[in-house]
Design a protein. Structure first.
Length: 297
């Protein structure tokens, strides 16, 4: 697979934990099987919704190995890498490739004061050591650090293997990013699918939403690429109130989005890895109201 093949809906998987506090193998297998059955164009693991910041390096390796086994090449797999140094990210990129991942996404190092030049050098060094296409997660709102549009164009010029962007931002930002980088990147947005159709109009090739509405987002994407924009807009409007509720913050998404996904997946109790935001009766009632039409996967 090359970067030019990247498109469509790649749900970011949750990491479900068991009552013993460890990642739950059976729940992860059920999740992968369910989302692949919805016709998704790929599967993603290791991002903010996967609570990668709460996993040890050994657990990250374990979970990505499970997901690769369960995907089994049926759809492309994208792995987000959150190691804090160049050597660690290269090692995880190579492991991802060995497991069958099609491309990786690099999160920035946890140094909010890093200059753009330092970030470009960091990403470039990892990309040079990666055997598969590299994407960058640009999420300053959530991570606190990012690269400018001009910086991304320069990064690709120096390191063509950096050819995918997961750009977390409004559609207006996507339109500018697409124009100012000259079409050298495949661009996907996250934010759980907010502004879904307008992101496609702005230049996104795909989206990396959560699991909870991935089936609806697949249908919306297929309507859009077939030229049925009115149907795409109508489908988006049906899930918009729920998306707005879920995306109040990442912690809020992990609290309610994971529970909604568990409900649709037929998974019982959700066990949080603390510290974690806890649901309230009112919050659960809001979630139930806006998701009442969502059937089990």
């Amino acid at each position: 697979m090359t970067a030019s093949d990247v498109h469509g809906i790649y749900p970011m998987l949750y990491v479900f934990f068991g009552p013993d506090g460890k990642p739950d193998r059976d729940a992860m297998r059920r999740q992968v099987g369910a989302v692949v059955a919805q016709g998704v164009h790929g599967v993603a693991i290791g991002g903010l919704a996967s609570e990668t910041n709460k996993l040890s390096t050994a657990e990250r390796r374990e979970v990505m190995t499970w997901v690769a086994e369960d995907v089994a090449g049926r759809v492309p797999l994208s792995v987000t890498i959150a190691e804090s140094n160049i050597a660690g990210q290269i090692e995880m990129a190579r492991l991802s490739a060995e497991l069958g991942a099609s491309w990786v996404v690099l999160q920035p190092p946890p140094v909010r004061g890093a200059s753009e030049a330092e970030l470009i050098a960091f990403y470039g060094a990892v990309a040079d050591g990666s055997p598969i296409p590299v994407g960058i997660q640009n999420a300053p709102e959530y991570i606190g650090i990012g690269v400018s549009n001009a910086g991304f164009a320069e990064l690709n010029r120096r390191h063509p293997n950096v050819s995918i962007l997961k750009a977390e931002g409004p559609a207006t930002y996507i339109a500018g990013l697409s124009a100012e980088t000259g079409g050298v990147f495949r661009i996907l947005n996250g934010r759980n699918g907010l502004e879904l159709v307008d992101n496609f109009r702005a230049g996104c090739d795909g989206m990396i939403p959560g699991v909870e509405t991935c089936d609806h987002q697949v249908a919306i994407y297929e309507h859009f690429v077939a030229g049925r924009e009115d149907d795409a807009d109508a489908g988006y409007m049906r899930i918009l109130p729920l998306l707005l509720f879920l995306m109040i913050s990442i912690d809020h998404l992990l609290c309610y989005g994971k529970r909604l996904s568990a409900r649709r997946l037929g998974i019982g109790e959700v066990f949080d890895r603390t510290p974690a935001q806890q649901p309230t009766p009112f919050g659960l009632s809001v979630m139930e109201r806006w998701s009442r039409d969502l059937e089990p996967f």
